[in-house]
Design a binder for this molecule. Structure first.
Ligand code: SIN
Length: 287
């Protein structure tokens, strides 16, 4: 296995995306050099995983802040007094999973997140994996004709795409709590216009940037007109050969790049609790 630096190894998870970083203890102070090597692996593999990490919430937040300032979710109440902390919980009785539609986090925001940091506290004995899909490859594998067609297009993203499909009702008796009704009603009005193909601000590579949860239509097109092309792109975006699948264990941490990656929480946990701590680093305006 290739050594990324003196202090850790990189073990790719599939031929197209994702790698486990072995031999690091994130609870310790990381030197700038080690952080830069981790960051390089994050850019190279789009999602990186760490196992057996004893992390307090503050340590998770501190690590995430090295990537950038953290974002407060407009819909979900934070788990405690730390506004940035979201507990992604699925109780035993719940039928739905938060994040079960393929998406990139919060793309309805003008400045959608750069990265998300998900730490497993309690996991089911089986099921509840997360899958990721590489959107550089999704873009690069389109025909030259389709690439030319979508290169200048922009699309509208709205949170109600997701919430309509899943239903705000899923939160009524679940482990995750919505903010107050007024706050949620205001948040449901948020919309953003983003390029369908974005250029990654750090790697300079182009990535497909639409998702099933939040993208509703192309700019100046109706939803009905947009649907066939969007459906094509959304199906193409998650072709198996662009993906990797992560099997969680308690104390695993995943860090994914929302600018070039889609992900999905697989909704196959029945009769078990799953509880994760999530924080998200702010991104910039896609271009
Ligand atoms: C998310 O979409 O942020 C949650 C993913 C997961 O719980 O696996």
């Amino acid at each position: 296995m290739p050594m990324a630096s003196d202090s850790f190894e990189i073990k790719p998870l599939s031929g197209s995306v994702g790698a486990e970083l072995l031999g690091l203890d994130l609870a310790r102070d990381l030197s700038q050099e080690t952080f830069e090597a981790i960051h390089r692996a994050f850019l190279d593999h789009q999602v990186i995983f760490f196992r057996d990490q004893e992390l307090t919430v503050d340590q998770q937040i501190e690590f995430a802040r090295r990537f950038g300032p953290l974002l407060v979710d407009p819909f979900i109440k934070s788990a405690d007094e730390r506004a940035e902390l979201m507990e992604v919980v699925r109780e035993k009785h719940e039928a739905r999973a938060f994040g079960e539609n393929w998406h990139s986090d919060n793309t309805y925001l003008e400045k959608p997140p750069l990265a998300s940091f998900l730490y497993a506290k309690e996991v089911p004995p089986y099921g509840g994996d997360t899958v990721f899909s590489n959107q550089y490859l999704a873009y690069e594998s389109l025909s030259p004709g389709m690439r030319a067609f979508i290169d200048g297009l922009r699309a509208r993203h709205a949170p109600w795409g997701y919430h309509n499909a899943i239903g705000l009702g899923q939160f009524k008796n679940g482990g995750m709590k919505l903010r107050g009704e007024d706050v949620v009603n205001e948040a449901l009005k948020i919309e953003a216009l983003h390029p369908v193909v974005r250029t990654h601000p750090e790697t300079g590579r182009k990535a497909l940037y639409v998702n099933r949860a939040y993208t509703i239509r192309f700019e100046d097109w109706t939803e009905a007109e947009s649907r066939p092309v969007l459906d094509y792109l959304l199906t193409h975006a998650i072709r198996t050969e662009f993906t990797c699948r992560f099997r969680w264990a308690a104390k695993s941490l995943a860090v994914w790049d929302n600018r070039c990656l889609l992900h999905q929480a697989i909704n196959d946990v029945h009769g078990f609790r799953r509880a994760m701590n999530r924080v998200v680093a702010e991104g910039d305006r896609p271009y």
